[in-house]
Write a protein that binds this ligand. Structure first.
Ligand SMILES: Nc1ncnc2c1ncn2[C@@H]1O[C@H](COP(=O)(O)OP(=O)(O)O)[C@@H](O)[C@H]1O
Ligand SMILES: [Mg+2]
Length: 318
């Protein structure tokens, strides 16, 4: 049976947040799944057993999920080092099995889905406006890096953020080099990579949803008054929008460079100025869109998922 499996680490999330995830996201994935004949399962990573002995197995309640008619979305939202390491192994195992890993909608480059440094580097190489970005080095080099950052990115303020997380987690504005030094000291004591960018003032975050080479939805998010982060989880406002011609060309150029089937591309925008911020694949979802975009795009996305599962199953039947 066509199945969409969402794997996350519910144990890292508070009960209140789980209730919100269920209410805001999971019930919609289940609802759209039903329309297109897809069973939806949300599974805690801790309830899975992964092994290779007599064949490869990803067991959930005794059933092997590594099947060609199963598609997976694997969340990377954990600050627990071991959970993240296990998620990475899970993703690689699913990606190398007959099952479909929907996180990797880029035909070129596994692992490029959520690395904010590498995405800036690729976009810069395409001649598309990007945000200058510095990768925070480990101790003890971090000490010297502060002076270099001032020369390369300017005198601040700065944004310090994890190389590969989401939802505004650990994204911090720092105003001075002194604050940057202390913040970077803290970064190097964690198990998450960090990057530094110049802080761009008064910017909105524009998310462009592209499926099979078509721009299907555009959403503009603006931080709450006095806030810095335009993430919905931080209460940012959101409205449907459209893309000017130049930006449309840049979005399509990025998709074609990556051979991406499904990509959400986020731009930081002030007036007529657009700078690439980040991209994401299936975890960009659709539930954050407002009506009627949410319903329309949800249907498109699930039709696409159903088709991909059918194609995958028939490939493995041959
Ligand atoms: N360089 C920057 N200048 C100004 N604001 C930024 C910058 N980078 C990120 N932000 C703000 O922080 C928010 C979260 O950062 P983002 O890079 O999108 O990480 P996440 O993956 O957590 O969404 C963005 O939506 C934007 O509002
Ligand atoms: Mg973002």
């Amino acid at each position: 049976m066509k199945t969409l499996v969402y794997i996350t680490s519910f144990r890292d999330i508070s009960q209140a947040d789980i209730a919100q995830i269920e209410e805001k996201y999971l019930h919609e994935w289940r609802k759209f799944g039903q329309i297109f004949g897809i069973r939806f399962l949300a599974i805690d990573m801790g309830d899975l057993e992964l092994h290779v002995a007599d064949g490869s197995r990803l067991l959930h309640k005794g059933t092997n999920l590594l099947r060609a008619d199963h598609a997976f979305m694997v969340s990377n939202l954990s600050m627990q080092p071991y959970s993240r390491a296990f998620m990475e192994t899970l993703s690689c195992a699913i990606g190398s099995s007959p099952a479909l890993l929907l996180n990797s909608t880029l035909k070129k480059g596994f692992g490029l889905e959520d690395n904010k440094f590498v995405s800036q580097l690729i976009v810069a190489s395409l001649g598309i406006p990007y945000i200058p970005t510095f990768a925070v080095p480990p101790m003890p080099n971090v000490r010297e890096a502060v002076n270099r950052i001032g020369t390369i990115l300017g005198r601040g303020p700065y944004i310090l953020k994890p190389t590969a997380l989401a939802a505004g987690i650990s994204v911090l504005k720092v105003d001075t080099e002194e604050m940057l030094m202390s913040a970077m000291d803290m970064c190097t004591a964690t198990s998450v990579g960090y990057i530094v960018q110049p802080f761009l003032s008064d910017v909105d975050d524009l998310r462009v949803y592209i499926l099979d080479g078509n721009i299907e939805a555009v959403q503009r998010r603006r931080p709450l008054k006095g806030n810095v982060l335009a993430n919905q989880s931080r209460g940012a406002s959101r409205v449907s929008d459209s893309v000017p011609h130049d930006l449309l060309a840049s979005c399509l150029r990025i998709c074609s460079h990556l051979s991406a089937e499904y990509l959400c591309i986020d731009w930081l925008v002030r007036g007529e100025i657009y700078m690439f911020n980040e991209w994401c694949t299936i975890m960009g979802g659709f539930s954050g869109l407002s009506a009627p975009d949410r319903d329309r795009f949800g249907r498109l996305l699930f039709r696409w998922i159903a088709n991909r599962i059918d194609e995958n199953s028939s490939r493995f039947r041959c």
